[in-house]
Design a binder for this molecule. Structure first.
Ligand SMILES: [Zn+2]
Length: 199
């Protein structure tokens, strides 16, 4: 298996999207990347030459400009507004989740494209699972414990009125045959995930 797709996003022929595995060798020359810093900056992409911007999410309504996020244990999240034909992508580890990167991405889509959160179609990609993701006291407000990245981001989206959310069930820590795991392997590599408006 080289590439995975979400069922909900696959229903729209006007976009392409993918979740690459570690066996994926796709050519990404049409895709924009950013310097991911575990922050909460959402970049509005208006052309394919964005330079070296620090951001952890991107949005656009431009055709032919794909948005790429790379991850190893952190969760990649894709956004599509079929009403306004606009897309977004975000990367959330525990830092980005606490900084509400997905809520800020939805807010930016609202500001820029008048996106109604109820229209959004969301794909939450593979990440480290709650069992394998232990974080320290600072994250969980008092007790060392386990953090559920995918559930925490899903809840943030649901609070905004988003209804169409699909979660890929894979754990990156368990499935290093398919994905990279920073917790398990260190800085070995990252999988590439992307979304693009084609029509
Ligand atoms: Zn796991």
């Amino acid at each position: 298996m080289r590439i995975l797709h979400f069922d909900n996003l696959s229903k729209f022929p006007q976009i392409k999207h993918f979740v690459g595995t570690r066996h994926d060798k796709s050519n990404l020359s049409d895709y924009v990347t950013v310097k991911q810093v575990h922050g909460d900056n959402v970049l509005v992409v208006k052309s394919s030459s964005v330079g070296e911007v620090k951001a952890d999410a991107m949005i656009t309504n431009q055709r032919g400009i794909g948005l790429v996020i790379r991850v190893a244990d952190c969760v990649p999240i894709m956004f599509y507004d079929p009403t306004k034909n606009a897309i977004g992508i975000a990367h959330a580890g525990w830092r980005g989740t606490l900084k509400k990167i997905v809520a800020k991405t939805v807010a930016k889509m609202r500001d820029e494209f008048e996106t109604n959160p109820e229209d959004l179609v969301i794909g939450i990609g593979p990440s480290i699972c709650v069992k394998h993701y232990e974080v320290d006291e600072a994250v969980l407000f008092g007790a060392k414990g386990h953090f559920d990245l995918r559930a925490a981001n899903k809840i943030q989206l649901e609070k905004l009125g988003v209804k169409n959310i699909e979660i890929m069930p894979y754990c990156t820590y368990e499935r290093t045959d398919l994905f990279y795991s920073y917790r398990r392997e260190g800085k070995k590599g990252m999988i590439t995930t992307g979304i693009l408006i084609t029509g």
